[in-house]
Ligand binder design. Structure first.
Ligand code: CTP
Ligand code: CA
Length: 226
């Protein structure tokens, strides 16, 4: 009987996953956003459920299938920050897989902007960094991880984010590779841990990558919680 439950290693553990892009409106019909299907976040959420966890998803507008998952839908980075803050107290493991828009239009026009001008500028202002904002709220028993999307100097950039965002580990994606990431089915990531170690996933379906990430998060959770 025991083997039936052997893979439910996340039973009783509460996992919060963010997924997809955020969208930052310019006017009622236009927005700026980030490329993200939400597939990686969805794969993590689904795998966590399979592994027995209580799963909460905070998602921007994704094309990925989130059916059967407990989802809080948001649009903007600010809304995502508030939703994450809301759920964080009831979470053991946070996985920030969302591609949060770094900037938003400084002004929103509540009427549609007409194309009268020959050129136009949209002034952008920085969005809050969700991980940096919630770092002070982190409890010792919690495990926080995020992603680093890098086109170059993957290791250096990922390590900087690991430190700046006070994560237990960071999952780095090399976005210069066309065969993985974004809308594709497969992914290959490097994980960098706060103890200085690193692990490569190898190229796998996103569900396989999700499983490795969740196993690593679980290992750290176990260490922290005896
Ligand atoms: N992130 C966040 N809040 C933001 C932007 C990003 O919490 N406003 C999170 C992402 O969800 C991801 C991690 O931070 O888990 C790294 O995101 P990434 O875009 O790679 O890094 P940035 O810190 O935004 O830096 P840059 O885009 O300049 O590389
Ligand atoms: Ca960014």
């Amino acid at each position: 009987i025991e083997y039936l439950f052997a893979d439910k290693i996340l039973a009783g553990i509460r996992v919060l996953v963010t997924a997809g892009p955020t969208v930052e409106p310019i006017d009622p019909v236009r927005f700026i956003s980030n490329r993200s299907s939400g597939k990686m976040g969805a794969a993590i959420a689904r795998k966590a459920l399979e592994m027995g966890a209580d799963v909460d998803v905070v998602a921007g507008p994704v094309t990925a299938d989130l059916s059967g998952l407990k989802v809080t839908s948001v649009q903007t980075a600010t809304e995502m920050l508030n939703a994450v803050k809301d759920k964080l107290g009831n979470s053991d493991i946070l996985i920030m897989a969302a591609a949060v828009a770094d900037y938003r239009p400084a002004d929103y026009s509540d009427i549609k902007i007409k194309k009268t001008a020959d050129d136009m500028n949209i002034r952008l202002e920085k969005n809050p960094d969700i991980l940096i904002n919630i770092a002070p709220l982190k409890k010792d028993m919690q495990v926080f991880t995020g992603f680093a999307a890098e086109s170059n100097d993957v290791r250096e950039n990922a390590l900087k984010k690991l430190e700046a965002k006070k994560l237990d580990f960071i999952v780095a994606n090399d976005i210069s590779r066309q065969d993985i990431g974004f809308e594709t089915e497969d992914n290959e990531v490097s994980m960098f841990f706060s103890d200085g170690t690193a692990v490569d996933s190898g190229k796998l379906p996103k569900s396989g990558v999700a499983e490795i990430i969740l196993e690593k998060a679980y290992d750290i959770f176990r260490k922290k919680n005896g």
